[in-house]
Design a protein around this ligand. Structure first.
Ligand code: KG4
Ligand code: ZN
Length: 338
């Protein structure tokens, strides 16, 4: 018999609901919150209010698109953390009360593990799934991790950023240049017409497999401050080259440790996940590395790279198979526990 899982994602500024029939995607609905564009970043208070407004219509559309009724659901999976607490509370409370009303179990999901498990979502154009063990470079707005994945349950972080995430480096560089939020996709677009060798920015030398991105952000800020003193039109004239050079530097830093992780673990099955995995430069660089080092690579489809509830539902599905359910008294967490 098939299992129908409703996934709910509300950790940041996207309200999303998805329905899976076992591992197969039936619907994945995302309501983006445009309100944050006005402020150049996510305003937590506004995010939770928007989730509150969006969650019921989004779930309703997800069930309709999946062509199932709520009575057919077997469980509800939701993001417990990490993320913005006020936002997480909306998804968590909704999941708890909806499940209680339907008399079905709830499943708590870690957002970062879900990004990794997005590789196991089945849709029409089914790609080859990663084989265990594999390494996943998870690059989102809040986290940068290299994870050794031995099974859906067994994952170990073997490298992490000690300060800013790669996504933050993209977003902050974009903000400094006056580009709209979120900055990652804007830099990606501009980088396509810029010269990555135009400017050189420092690459940190971190121990082991760890990352650091805060120094890069500061040096970008100081570099522009100095140039603007000489020419106030400097950013406007060099937007594309600045974007290409910054993107090149971030990708270089990311790839350096990923190559080292592959070397040290001997694992050549490599995946990327999270919002920054949508970056066209990173995707291309990973393809080149695959040719050079004989890696078997896995790049998520764009709709599963950035935040979505389908990844929450697939992570929930694996827990459902184990009967790993949550209790009604649990509370969300803001910081990564993994
Ligand atoms: O995973 P995600 O959607 O949300 C979090 O869990 O944080 O990641 C959001 C991050 C933002 O920093 C955004 O700028 C970045 O992903 N991002 C990109 C691109 N698309 C989204 N960064 C670079 N290039 C892109 N095409
Ligand atoms: Zn995310």
């Amino acid at each position: 018999m098939s299992t129908f899982i409703l996934g709910i994602e509300s950790s940041c500024d996207d309200t999303s609901a998805a329905v899976l029939k076992d591992t197969r995607i039936l619907s994945n609905v995302i309501a983006n919150q445009d309100i944050h564009k006005t402020y150049g970043g996510v305003v937590p208070e506004l995010a939770s209010r928007a989730h509150q407004q969006n969650i019921i219509p989004v779930v309703d559309v997800a069930l309709n698109k999946a062509k199932i009724t709520k009575k057919q659901l077997n469980a509800i999976a939701f993001t417990r953390g990490p993320g913005l607490l006020g936002s997480l509370l909306v998804g968590t409370s909704f999941a708890k009360s909806f499940a209680m009303g339907l008399g079905i179990p709830i499943i708590e999901v870690d957002h970062l593990k879900a990004h990794i498990l997005s590789h196991f979502i089945d849709d029409e154009e089914k790609d080859a799934q990663p084989k265990f063990p594999f390494l996943c470079l998870t690059v989102s707005g809040g986290h940068t991790q290299i994870v050794r994945v031995d099974s859906p349950k067994q994952m170990k972080v073997i490298g992490t950023s000690i300060d800013d995430a790669a996504g933050e480096a993209f977003d902050k560089a974009a903000k400094i240049m006056g580009l709209p939020y979120p900055g990652g996709p804007e830099i990606d677009k501009l980088a396509k017409i810029g010269n990555p060798d135009a400017f050189s920015f420092p690459k940190p030398s971190m121990q082991g497999l760890n990352y650091s991105f805060s120094g890069l952000k500061t040096s970008f800020l100081y570099f522009l401050r100095d140039r603007l003193k000489e020419d106030e039109g400097f950013i406007e004239k060099n937007k594309a080259d600045l974007s290409a050079s910054m993107q090149y530097t971030i990708i270089h830093i990311l790839m350096n440790k990923l190559k080292r992780a592959a070397r040290e673990t001997g694992i050549h099955e490599i995946a990327i996940a999270g919002g920054v995995s949508a970056n066209s430069g990173l995707r291309e660089t990973l393809r080149q590395a695959a040719d050079e080092f004989g890696w078997n690579i896995h790049i998520p489809k764009l709709q599963y790279s950035t935040d979505n509830a389908a990844m929450i539902a697939i992570a929930g599905y694996f827990k459902f198979l184990d009967g790993d359910f949550a209790t009604q008294d649990l509370t969300p967490y803001s910081k990564s526990r993994f």
